[in-house]
Design a protein around this ligand. Structure first.
Ligand code: NAD
Length: 185
């Protein structure tokens, strides 16, 4: 096994893309329970990242502030450097929003996949070949196939074949999304 590969290191650097209601609290718990992991949460929304770094968190959950206080700056970090963090990540959780479409085909019931697609492109451009991708966003069945294919031209062939995607969205992961995402030290 190659030294420094994900299998060897058992995913030391965990990245979450999307610092919203799912990504922020899930990663705070993960960092708290798995102190040997470095957990980083990134978002395109700089104001949200500033809030996660500040004294008034952007999300209220009972006990969340205490968990963030215990872990932030130790093994929990927030950033807007999305390409840089993707490059450093061993495992990436995709927690971006998939709102219901408000126009076009599927209006009123289908998921708007534009944020997942943008994220997939970023991952395929910047991730290392061994990086494991966990789809935490609520996505339709078989999303992994098209999201790989849509971004494939920007990625070397050898990287495509080795990438690993794990669907883990809430509706598939009942009863507990957070706890199934825990990665034991
Ligand atoms: N909130 C819930 O209770 C809940 C429950 C089950 C499933 N989900 C699913 O989890 C996913 C996330 O939900 P949420 O409630 O956390 O959404 P949210 O809107 O609170 O957060 C999503 C975050 O992703 C960020 N984002 C969007 N595109 C990005 C990109 N390209 N790069 C980086 N960041 C980007 C947004 O700025 C936002 O901060 C959705 O698919 C949702 O359906 C949510």
């Amino acid at each position: 096994m190659r030294k420094g590969s994900v299998k060897d290191a058992r995913a030391k650097n965990i990245l979450c893309i999307g610092a919203g209601y799912v990504g922020g609290p899930s990663m705070a718990v993960l960092a708290d329970r798995c102190r040997s992991k470095k957990v980083t949460v990134v978002d395109v929304n700089a104001a949200k990242i500033r809030a996660w770094k500040g004294s008034k968190l952007p999300i209220f959950e009972p006990g969340l502030d205490k968990i963030v206080k215990r872990t932030r700056g130790k093994n929990l970090f927030f950033s807007t450097d999305i390409p840089g963090e993707i490059e450093r990540a061993d495992m990436i959780f995709v927690c971006v929003n998939t709102p219901t479409k408000v126009f076009g085909y599927g209006e009123g019931y289908a998921s708007d996949m534009q944020y997942v697609e943008k994220t997939a492109r970023m991952i395929l451009r910047h991730a290392r070949p061994e990086t494991i991708v966990v789809e935490k966003s609520t996505v339709p069945v078989r999303t992994a196939g098209p999201s790989n294919a849509s971004s494939a031209p920007g990625r070397p062939r050898e990287n495509r074949s080795k990438s690993c995607r794990i669907p883990n969205s809430w509706r598939r992961a009942r009863p507990s999304g957070i706890w199934r995402n825990r990665i034991e030290s």
